[in-house]
Design a protein around this ligand. Sequence first.
Ligand SMILES: [Zn+2]
Length: 173
Amino acid sequence: MSDEIARLQELLETGQRLSMQGSYDRRVPDKKAVPYLMQSRKGLLKLIGEQDTAEIWLLLALAEECLLNYPAARRCFEEYLARGGLRSKKNLKRLANLKEHEKKWASLMLTPEQLEGLGVFLEHQLAESSCDHTQRLTETWLKSHLKTKPALVLEALQKYGGYCDCEVLANVC
Ligand SMILES: [Zn+2]
């Protein structure tokens, strides 16, 4: 069984390496990384049904974090701590950081993939014409990509410094 953990950990580490993410302000993982991360997560979830250990919960938390699934990453990290995971200063800070990201994404009402899509759109549009100091382009994108009304999302973007399209791109995306 520990061979299987080692194999899944290796998949996870390959995924982390290919993700091109920094430790701060994580972005959507590079496409090359996703199959490794998904495969690792799938195996870990299966394993956790057979042996419920802190070690596996920790790996699962890392996989979810790399995939930017913050609610799942936070839950898995709590399971890890509940099973005797090290309550070091560093780990408690990590938990606080996961909670903060979870809150941020929930309040933005966008998925990391959606925010990336919005960023690509704005970058393209603002390369052709300059910002008119409104959220016009952002609103256009939200209208065509979200099922819900964009008003709340536009307001949430302002909370993160995105009062106009160029600010949404620079400060939020
Ligand atoms: Zn602007």
